[in-house]
Design a protein around this ligand. Structure first.
Ligand code: AMP
Length: 237
């Protein structure tokens, strides 16, 4: 989790810029990148459960040990684990006042718990921004990544294709595709995403908080769309 300095805040914050939001989007949509930019440029605390869990696994903490089998196999970790993690973060005296949630809540039941945690602390959520990208576009992006087994160079068939079909430009070795970039795996991650997040997205739509931003385009274009949406969202929040 990256903590932004609360002092020198960019000008948008002085103009009713929404400060407490959830960023939602399918895998491969650049959600983490956008949350990081919102943290760096708009002074929001970035709370990314995937990052927190990966760090806990790296450090071998009790949380990391429990989460590891789930994270390694691409399944969701049990609700109580992430719910406790987030509740603890918002119950601390140094709880964030401006934040962007990345990866949590992910299901309807997590959203219910998160609502309660925020309510207990008197914190209002300002917006839920859904980065909407067609499945086929995501599949093209995620399955386009190929690597060289020998010199470890990476390529992307769309944005950085090798000069010769599936051969490394540097050492001419045959490129390979990681298991998690293969189409069957990517489709399974998309299926899981839709099956788990649908109820959560609907919950926030009914609360009038959901805003959609097209997830196609380069990083800066998507960032500008998100900022525009947030500027127009409830300025009293
Ligand atoms: P991410 O980086 O957001 O794709 O998350 C990586 C992994 O962390 C996921 O595949 C899950 O195993 C786990 N994870 C992250 N956030 C959650 C969550 N809100 N609920 C359950 N599992 C999560």
């Amino acid at each position: 989790m990256s903590e932004a300095p609360e002092g020198a805040l960019p000008s948008l914050l002085a103009h009713g810029f929404v400060m407490r939001l959830i960023l939602v989007g399918p895998p491969g949509t650049g959600k983490g990148t956008q949350a990081k930019l919102l943290s760096e440029r708009q002074g929001l605390t970035h709370i990314g459960t995937g990052d927190i869990l990966r760090e806990a696994i790296r450090l071998g903490t009790p949380l990391g040990k429990r989460a590891r089998p789930y994270v390694d196999s691409g399944q969701l970790v049990p609700d109580d684990l992430v719910n406790d993690l987030i509740a603890e973060r918002f119950q601390r005296a140094d709880r964030p006042h401006r934040f962007v949630m990345d990866g949590y809540p992910r299901t309807r039941s997590q959203a219910d718990i998160f609502d309660r945690v925020l309510e207990q602390q008197g914190i209002t959520l300002c917006a839920v921004v859904l980065l909407a990208t067609p499945d086929e576009e995501i599949i093209r992006r995620l399955t386009g990544r190929w690597s060289c087994p020998k010199c470890k160079a990476t390529y992307h068939l769309l944005s950085k294709p090798p000069k010769n079909d599936k051969l490394c430009d540097t050492c001419q070795s045959e490129l390979f595709q990681r298991v998690d970039d293969q189409e069957a795996t990517v489709r399974e991650r998309m299926r899981l995403y839709h099956a788990t997040t649908g109820g959560m997205v609907e919950h926030y739509r009914q609360k009038g908080l959901l805003q959609e931003a097209p997830g196609q385009g380069d990083i800066e274009t998507i960032f500008a769309r998100i900022v525009e949406i947030l500027k127009q969202a409830d300025s009293s929040c």
